[in-house]
Design a binder for this molecule. Structure first.
Ligand code: PMP
Length: 428
């Protein structure tokens, strides 16, 4: 049977190189927090398919719900002849979305599509064109979302021109000396230099910046954006695609700031491994586009909807928000003792948003000297040692840890030890 190396050779010959892969690890099967490759090697999964399998691989309840759905039908198109699971899921999401205002939902298939639709809805509601996003933000790879994404390499290089009417402000990063005041002042400056607030449809922000480096948005920052949106009738879009569904220790990360989003984009963890995305928001905003104005052939696949309904149950039944906090604390302790040994190399630890955890690797303990080489070396070593882990960040020097929230303490400890050992190997 072909092994990893042969599959990798064939992949490189058959698939466009733009769709790169982190490791030549060809998956045979996955269960809970473990993945086995085609050579029979077993890995602990701290990546969960980029924050998708928050409920672990093949959670029995989710598998059962999907199997039940498969016995009934797999596709009819929600825009032609809809079905119960889409309505039930919309009702459930409307109920769990933060804030008191009546909510409505719409479904698509990917995160980028959810963001595209949120912008369309905001523009339709306001009749305005401008959108403000943030440096280091990531919102997807389609053209509008690439326009919003604030990171050139590898996402934007040579893919322009991008849509107009998008402006960007710095995202607050205390570790890099960008304060909440700096960021909010930059937004206020955009209102003078680029887009009148009366011409601004939306501000879109991640409550924990994801691909850009796992920087939690300070509560005062989100509150400041909420105030500006309220003052000028701008739609506040909170992109919870990576941070949502109990990942950060709250069902949605914006709950830390206690703000009510106007619109929220959801994907990834929403359906625990099945392709589904949603926009959930204030009913009067969601209803701005006329019938037929939104949708897509696979919008709200019945398989995804069945999975998502079950994901919500599992999060509640297994107290996964609490588990996320426990996971963050465990990582925090381990990473702080590693940092104490290597203060020159581990510049910052971000572990106060549940299981959305990161460390930033630097030279000489200097925030302005990113250590991408060490990050890459440790990453490779982790895969050699049997751990799936991801990096991120504007300078490729951030490790992000996204274990399943259902992970056992034994596997969590084992995975953390593997990471620590890999780090020590490479730091020598
Ligand atoms: N927004 C955020 C915050 C994301 O993290 C991602 C995916 N990494 C997206 C949007 C895009 O989602 P998708 O890849 O499903 O299009």
């Amino acid at each position: 049977l072909p092994g990893n190396a042969e599959w990798q050779t064939r992949k490189e010959a058959a698939m466009a190189r733009g769709e790169g892969n982190i490791a030549p690890l060809y998956v045979e099967r996955a269960e809970g927090s473990e993945v086995w490759d085609v050579e029979g090697r077993r890995f602990i999964d701290f990546g969960t398919g980029i924050a998708v399998c928050n409920t672990g691989h093949r959670h029995p309840k989710i598998m059962k719900a999907v199997n039940e759905q498969l016995k009934r039908f797999s596709h009819t198109c929600v825009m032609v002849t809809p079905y119960d699971s889409a309505v039930l899921l919309a009702e459930a999401l409307n109920k769990i979305a933060p804030g008191q205002s009546p909510k409505k939902s719409m479904f698509v298939t990917t995160g980028a599509e959810a963001v595209e639709n949120a912008i369309k809805i905001a523009r339709s509601h306001t009749g305005r064109r401008g959108v403000i996003a943030f440096d280091g933000g990531y919102h997807g790879r389609t053209l509008m979302t690439l326009g919003l994404t604030g990171k050139v390499a590898p996402y934007k290089n040579r893919f322009g021109p991008f849509p107009g009417d998008i402006w960007r402000a710095p995202f607050p990063k205390p570790y890099h000396n960008i304060s909440v005041e700096d960021s909010l002042a930059a937004v206020d400056m955009l209102f003078k230099t680029d887009v009148a607030p009366e011409d601004c449809a939306a501000i879109i922000v991640e409550p924990v910046q994801g691909e850009g480096g796992f920087y939690p948005a300070p509560n005062e920052f989100l509150k400041g954006l909420r105030e500006r949106c309220d003052a000028f009738g701008i739609v506040l879009i909170i992109d919870e695609i990576q941070s949502g569904f109990a990942r950060t220790g709250r069902l949605f990360a914006s709950e830390y700031a206690g703000i009510e989003p106007d619109l929220m984009t959801l994907a990834k963890g929403l359906a625990g491994g099945f392709p589904l995305a949603a926009v959930v928001g204030k009913a009067e905003i969601m209803d701005a586009p006329a019938p037929g104005g939104l949708g897509g052939t696979y919008a709200g696949s019945p398989i995804g909807c069945a999975a998502a309904l079950s994901v919500i149950d599992v999060i509640n039944d297994e107290n996964l928000t609490e588990r996320a906090i426990h996971i963050g604390q465990k990582f925090g302790e381990a990473l702080r003792s590693l940092q104490a040994e290597h203060p020159d190399l581990i510049g910052d630890i971000r572990s106060d948003r549940g299981a959305m955890i990161a460390i930033e690797l630097v030279h000489n303990g200097n925030a302005n000297q990113p250590n991408a080489e060490l990050t890459k070396a440790v990453l490779t070593r982790c895969y050699e040692k049997g751990l799936i882990v991801l990096s991120c960040g504007m300078d490729g020097n951030v490790f992000r840890f996204l274990p399943a929230l259902t992970i056992t303490d034994e596997l969590l400890d084992e995975g953390i030890s593997t990471f620590t050992a890999a780090f020590i190997d490479c730091a020598k």
